[in-house]
Design a protein around this ligand. Structure first.
Ligand code: HAM
Length: 418
């Protein structure tokens, strides 16, 4: 027997009630919110061909170089558990020839092999949106606003929104050259990884957590200093619309985001209460990605929000101590038939109902009702059946009264409302 005793893999989590319910509730809040902005759900596979991520998230990104769960299947195909949602969504939209413009949202598990710590897991939840085929800066502002609205609806109020623009195909090469020259002059100060980044993708140096590298990039040329006129105008309009929406933001010139597909607007939501893993979510424009996947020229923007971090930052749910559940209690075996019938009637009326068929004594049934956190018990005994009533016991106040058969649904509903 003992060989079966196992613990969960490092970096994964179990969600037992009520944590599982709190999580599902947060997901439901997101679904509802996203739908009010016109987004519809897309469900894609949990694993994709490895090339889907390598080509889009970027060959120089930490996600691709260090964090992917990649494996060969039994037919030697190279597959990867999805580390993020955007590449799979773009692949699916093209493969299924979705009509543009197209607003999609998703909710699900993602996988990254990184060192687990508070707020960072190897399997984690993300909720996200992707608006494909929309180029307007007003879409950028609306998307940023939607993410913030989600955090606020969870009761998170210490979330700040950081925004930046990293330019487009026109203006990025100018910045890249200036940054490369700047970094070459400081090569000795940089870590080994960053030295390689100078040639491969100097922008990634902005993401490096090594203190010496952080110091080295202070004063480095920023993407914003090199924006072309069109990118400048786009960013100004995004900021103006955020102001118009009364969404406070900070412009962060170092916010380049660790994925290669971004251009123009990038943004991140930061929480003061999370410690080192303080990014609640982030996103940006990726106007070239659809084309890179072989599709038509399609502007796009989206975000992903970390569900685990959001739930760490949110205040604990102040839900009712008791569940909306009625426990039907039987006194002797001759009432079992009536018990089953009553439970079926309650369920048909939309009231969750449960019976303990195992417990022989009433006391044991009440114990089960308590373990299930039921709000009330409905007791059926020979006296009740003879009188045409049930005894309804409130498990919070302990009060008990008789209810005629045909009034039981209304009485339980009233109990749930109180
Ligand atoms: P990302 O910044 O890599 O962006 O991830 C978004 C959020 O997922 C993070 O801010 C964080 O809250 C959460 N997250 C990431 N890794 C972990 C982890 N190991 N444990 C717990 N939470 C984590 C993306 O994934 C892009 N696909 C966002 C996007 C959508 N851009 C455009 N569209």
């Amino acid at each position: 027997m003992s060989e079966l005793k196992q613990t969960r893999p490092k970096g994964t989590q179990d969600f037992v009630p009520p944590d599982s319910e709190r999580r599902r509730q947060a997901e439901a809040t997101f679904r509802h919110l996203a739908e009010t902005y016109g987004y519809r759900e897309i469900i894609t596979p949990t694993f994709e061909h490895t090339a889907v991520f390598v080509k889009s998230s970027g060959e120089t990104s930490d996600i691709v170089t260090k964090e992917m769960y990649s494996f060969k299947d039994r037919a030697e195909r190279d597959l990867t558990l999805r580390p993020e949602g955007t590449p799979g969504v773009v692949r699916a939209v093209l493969e299924n020839q979705a009509r543009m413009p197209c607003r999609l949202y998703y909710v699900g598990p993602y996988f990254r092999y990184s060192r687990p710590q508070k707020g960072r897991y190897r399997e984690f939840g993300q909720v996200g949106v992707e608006a494909l085929g929309e180029a307007s800066p007003l879409t950028d502002a609306e998307v940023i606003f939607l993410g913030d609205a989600f955090f606020r609806s969870l009761g998170i109020h210490d979330c700040t929104t950081q925004v930046n623009s990293i330019g487009c195909r026109e203006c990025r090469p100018g910045h890249r050259d200036a940054l490369r020259n700047y970094l070459l002059e400081r090569k000795e100060q940089l870590c080994g990884d960053c030295r390689l980044r100078i040639d491969r993708n100097p922008l990634r140096v902005f993401d490096c957590k090594v203190e010496a590298c952080r110091q080295a990039v202070e004063g480095a040329p920023t993407p914003r200093q090199h924006l072309c006129e069109a990118c400048k105008r786009h960013f100004e309009q995004v900021l103006a619309d955020l102001t118009q929406r009364s969404l406070p933001y900070e412009v962060n010139d170092r916010l380049v985001r660790g994925l290669d597909y971004y251009n123009r607007t990038t943004f991140e939501y930061i929480s003061a209460s999370l410690g080192a893993q303080d990014s609640l979510g982030g996103g940006g424009r990726y106007d070239y990605l659809v084309e890179e996947f072989g599709g038509p020229d399609t502007p796009a923007i989206g975000f992903a929000l970390g569900l685990d971090r959001a739930l760490l930052a949110a205040p604990p749910a102040a839900g009712p101590a008791r569940r909306h559940l009625a426990f039907v209690v039987w006194l002797t075996e001759s009432e079992l038939g009536e018990t089953e019938k009553l439970a079926a009637k309650l369920r048909a009326d939309g009231i969750p109902a449960q019976v303990d068929y195992d417990a022989r004594r009433v006391k044991a049934q009440f114990k089960s009702a308590d373990a299930a956190q039921a709000a009330c018990c409905i007791i059926i005994g020979p006296d009740e059946l003879a009188k045409g009533v049930y005894s309804l016991k409130d498990l919070v106040s302990g009060e008990q009264h008789e209810v005629p058969f045909d009034a039981i649904t209304a009485a339980v509903r009233k109990r749930f409302r109180d």
